[in-house]
Design a protein around this ligand. Structure first.
Ligand SMILES: O=P(O)(O)OC[C@H]1O[C@H](OP(=O)(O)OP(=O)(O)O)[C@H](O)[C@@H]1O
Ligand SMILES: NC(=O)CC[C@H](N)C(=O)O
Ligand SMILES: [Mg+2]
Length: 419
């Protein structure tokens, strides 16, 4: 390789339509995953959990109401959202007024093997793939969380970070004697609901959400209702779709709707509460101190997290990444013979760069199909091994060439230092 130029789209000036909300620079250290553990429960009873660690981002959520195969569709949708969380997966389904749950550590295919789904009958279900942000990467923190209240059972799946969860948790422990079963921030939502004086349950949920600060795209399941809530800033995505049979689907990304043949209808609006039951869909608003807070949609969804075939925040992720590559070629032109990408999520930006620069795009790095995403792994040791196993250079493409290498981002530098 005569010359090798490393470029990254993360050096772009941020387009004005993408207010930057999160910069992920934290190095975290968690214990290795124990991949094969699984828990099946009518209602979770978690062991007392681990210490709290620094917040990060991500996760995928899905909710389905009105389809006799709700849990099976949920598992397919979670498969489509696997890139958003690889640490654990779970589904809660509602059948004959009872909520049943299967959660496990590992990938969707590890947790939902043949036969598992037959234990989750019912026409409504919610699901989650976890990338731990608050609370260790272990079974007790895998979602959906499920709680038994005197007023009925409730399941919840959360994408986001609650920045005030530590103070809410101490308050609940000291004032109400609340006993927490997990170290996940999401559990405070259940305790806030438990202690709310409002009725019915919907008002308890709304009051709880109004107490939360930070990012939350939530789906709740009761024995007869599916409820979706998005925080007033709209930090994390959440979309709504519908299947031909009328079943309503909520998901973090439209790629999950596509896989289960649901048509994309719209985003859940920032601050919106959507309630779905046999009577139809009702839309309400979470109240906020600023009646019209500015949207703060996370730019990292378009840079890295989401799949290019998704529409996120009303905009094609593929088009964003292609445009990032074009801008990079305009801002940082380099004499070169070939443009290559760091697969997977760098590919579309590299295509945009190559097209704009008028230089051939080639596959100079091969990505192993058997290694997941490395950035979202919970420990540096796993990330280092992941990058080592994942990327291999193609001598025929690179030898003697001036090469531009395009990746979507450099965060901890795990990938770029290996290259
Ligand atoms: O600077 P770092 O800390 O290495 O983080 C950034 C890298 O991690 C991500 O890839 P990842 O392997 O997670 O997923 P991908 O296969 O979808 O590109 C991202 O696309 C960059 O390549
Ligand atoms: N990545 C996420 O959105 C995670 C949700 C929640 N904060 C958890 O740690 O489980
Ligand atoms: Mg990458």
């Amino acid at each position: 390789m005569a010359t090798s130029t490393f470029s990254t789209v993360s050096s772009f000036s941020t387009p004005s339509s993408f207010p930057f909300c999160t910069k992920i620079t934290t190095t975290v250290s968690l214990s290795f995953l124990h991949r094969k553990s699984k828990s099946t429960a009518i209602c979770h009873s978690h062991k007392a959990c681990d210490e709290i660690e620094k917040p990060r981002e991500e996760c995928g959520v899905v909710g389905i109401h009105g389809d006799p195969e709700a849990a099976r569709l949920c598992s397919l949708a979670l498969h489509a959202l696997q890139h958003r969380g690889q640490e654990g997966a779970g589904i809660v389904a509602a059948h004959e007024k009872v909520l049943q749950s299967v959660t496990g550590v590992g990938l969707v295919s590890d947790v939902f093997q043949s036969g598992t789904l037959s234990g989750l009958p019912g026409a409504a279900a919610i699901g989650h793939v976890r990338y731990s942000t608050a609370g260790q990467s272990k079974l007790c923190n895998v979602q959906p969380l499920l709680a038994e209240f005197p007023f009925g059972s409730l399941g919840v799946a959360h994408n986001g970070n609650l920045v005030n969860y530590r103070s809410l948790k101490s308050q609940l422990e000291e004032t109400n004697g609340s006993i927490f079963n997990t170290s996940s921030d999401t559990e405070v939502v259940l305790h806030l609901i438990a202690t709310s004086k409002h009725t019915p349950l919907l008002l308890k949920i709304m009051e709880a959400c109004e107490t939360l600060q930070g990012a939350y795209s939530l789906v709740f399941l009761t024995h007869d209702k599916l409820i979706a809530v998005r925080d007033p800033f709209g930090f994390r995505p959440l979309v709504m779709g519908r299947r031909k049979n009328g079943a309503v689907v909520f998901a973090s990304e439209t790629c999950a709707l596509d896989l289960i043949e649901a048509t994309y209808e719209r985003e859940v609006h920032p601050g919106e509460v959507l309630v779905v039951d046999h009577t139809g869909t009702q839309s309400l608003l979470v109240s906020h101190p600023h009646p019209r807070p500015h949207k703060k949609q996370c730019i990292f969804e378009h840079i890295y997290f989401a799949l290019p075939n998704s529409i996120v925040f009303g905009r094609s992720v593929y088009e964003s990444r292609r445009m990032f590559g074009e801008i990079l070629a305009t801002e940082s032109p380099v004499e070169c013979d070939v443009v290559i990408a760091v697969p997977d999520s760098g590919v579309v930006a590299a295509l945009g760069y190559a097209q704009k620069a008028g230089v051939p795009f080639q596959q100079g790095l091969i990505r192993s199909h058997y290694v997941g995403r490395t950035f979202i792994e919970p420990s540096q040791k796993i990330r280092d091994i992941g990058v080592k196993l994942k990327l291999s250079p193609v001598r025929a493409v690179l030898e003697g060439k001036r090469v531009v290498v395009v990746d979507d981002s450099i965060v901890r530098g795990t990938t770029s230092s290996r290259l």
